[in-house]
Design a binder for this molecule. Structure first.
Ligand code: ZN
Length: 96
């Protein structure tokens, strides 16, 4: 990856906390602090620490260690498509 391309990527990048509202709406719990393991490299961190790209028709969360895609979401007027095949797991605390 050359520098120009890297700068372009960084300019479009947010962190996973940018998706906090949508994730809270979907799961009815604070998802940015949930633990998630990258299915590509095994990196474990909070969902909020993933790199978020929000400007396409959907949302893409990438691993900060290997840049692999961990989660994809597409929001339509009636539904949300969640593609989690890039995650080994997402650990969501149970609400008491
Ligand atoms: Zn990774």
């Amino acid at each position: 990856m050359d520098n120009g391309n890297h700068e372009e990527i960084e300019s479009r990048m947010l962190d996973g906390n940018a998706m906090a509202g949508l994730l809270y709406e979907l799961f009815n719990t604070e998802m940015t602090i949930t633990s998630i393991e990258c299915g590509t490299c095994g990196n474990i961190g909070e969902l909020g620490s993933l790199w978020a790209f929000l400007e396409s028709p959907g949302y893409v969360l990438r691993c900060p260690a290997c840049q692999g895609i961990v989660l994809r979401m597409t929001v339509t007027p009636d539904e949300v498509y969640l593609d989690g095949r890039g995650a080994a797991y997402i650990r969501i605390p149970k609400r008491m």
